[in-house]
Design a protein around this ligand. Structure first.
Ligand code: ATP
Length: 385
């Protein structure tokens, strides 16, 4: 072969080699990427197929076993897997769903953002917004406001004020209003818990939530913890059978422990409210707990007049409005119903293009509110056949 030909062939060979090797490289790269993608997808698929693990709380630990409680409150004796760290009661762990074998500890105990579950704020209700409850207001000032404002007075005299009070009476008579007003007058943080919600919504977590609510109250002190519908949590129980009842009972026990855990002159006060004092567990009103009971009953004629004046103070009333007659016709009405009458009367005026609200508007409104109450009552009875 002529030298030129040899040279040409060499160049050609090197080009062919270059292209061939670069093709191989590309194919290798593509192959690698595809393999990685398949692996990732396989992992994802495995994740989707694997059953969820359960989060439990450790109650007691033995050598290779432990007692855990699952979120509905039931407890089980379970195995601890080999690789699991040393456990202590109170810690949170994840466990297999089928046999609850503990797989590993999860570092933080479940933390609630308590403020998402309770109403926390600084109310603007004042004593002037409450009508016909002078005696009860006086008592609350003495047992809640004074110890918060002048604890040294109690120290000097040597007496212990109650840690908390119980307001009891029919719905809509101003129990929440009183609790808010004392929070306002003492510039305290107002923390409102609806006990029925606490036991229904936070199954398995009620006791923990109670603990954290009290902790928050201490951090935000001075504070008033208002527990509405206390009977949902603190009702007498004949026997504690179902896991739901055990759970309510645990939450209640935690509440008692928290009340017992602070001193009368600490700047956190508890106000419980109920429409069913008759079914309350006596443990909650024992001395040293919510031991001052304040009855809030339906307002008298005089009290109804006062409440009426409060709710009409910003309304423009016609000269013919006869407060005595209106209050008389609102016999057996609660403060909430009197408030509803005032709003309804305002609507009667608006519907006929008037600004001034007349006596007749109020009388018509009373009829309307009374009818609505009767209908609601019938519906309620209907539910029970
Ligand atoms: P429940 O037992 O249903 O929780 P409650 O006793 O806590 O009821 P509140 O929520 O305090 O009742 O009252 C509801 C509304 O009724 C108040 O916002 C207020 O408008 C009116 N009201 C009730 N009682 C009075 C009162 N004594 N003076 C002025 N307004 C009142």
């Amino acid at each position: 072969m002529a030298p030129e030909e040899t040279k040409e062939k060499n160049i050609l060979d090197s080009i062919i080699y270059k292209y061939a090797s670069s093709d191989n490289g590309q194919i290798d790269d593509e192959n690698r990427i595809l393999k990685e993608t398949v692996n990732k997808l396989r992992e994802e698929l495995d994740k989707l197929k694997s059953p969820p693990l359960m989060v439990c709380e450790v109650r007691d630990v033995y050598e290779k076993t432990a007692i855990v409680s699952i979120p509905n409150g039931n407890q089980f004796l379970v195995q601890i897997s080999e690789g699991c760290e040393k456990l202590k009661p109170g810690e949170m762990v994840i466990a297999e769903q089928k046999n609850l074998t503990i797989i590993k500890k999860i570092s933080a105990a479940r933390q609630f953002n308590v403020e998402r579950f309770v109403i926390v704020g600084k109310p603007t209700v004042t004593w002037k917004d409450i009508g016909g409850l002078d005696k009860q207001v006086g008592e609350i000032i003495e047992v809640v406001e004074l110890p918060l404002k002048k604890p040294e007075l109690f120290k000097k005299v040597g007496i212990k004020p109650p840690k908390g009070i119980l307001l009891y009476g029919p719905p809509g008579t101003g129990k929440t209003l009183l609790a808010k007003a004392v929070a306002e007058s003492t510039d305290s943080t107002f923390i409102e818990i609806v006990a029925a919600e606490l036991v229904q919504k936070f199954i398995g977590e009620g006791a923990k939530l109670v603990k954290e609510i009290f902790e928050m109250a201490r951090n935000k002190a001075p504070a008033i913890i208002f527990i509405d519908e206390l009977d949902a949590l603190a009702a007498k129980r004949m026997e504690i059978g179902t896991s739901g009842e055990r759970e309510v009972n645990r939450t209640f026990m935690q509440l008692l422990a928290e009340i017992d855990g602070f001193k009368p002159l600490d700047n956190v006060k508890i106000i419980g409210a109920t429409n069913r004092k008759d079914i309350l567990d006596p443990a909650v009103i024992r001395p040293g707990r919510l031991d001052r009971l304040i009855n809030i009953s339906l307002p008298s004629q005089e009290a109804r007049e006062e409440i009426f004046k409060i709710h009409t103070r910003n309304m423009s009333l016609d000269k013919d409005v006869n407060i005595k007659e209106i209050a008389k016709k609102m016999d057996n009405f609660s403060g909430a119903e009197i408030n509803a009458v005032c709003t309804e009367a305002g609507y009667f005026a608006i519907r006929t293009d008037r600004i001034k609200v007349t006596n007749k508007d109020f009388l018509d409104a009373i009829e309307k509110v009374r009818q609505e109450e009767t209908l609601e009552g019938e519906d309620y009875m209907g539910m029970f056949g």
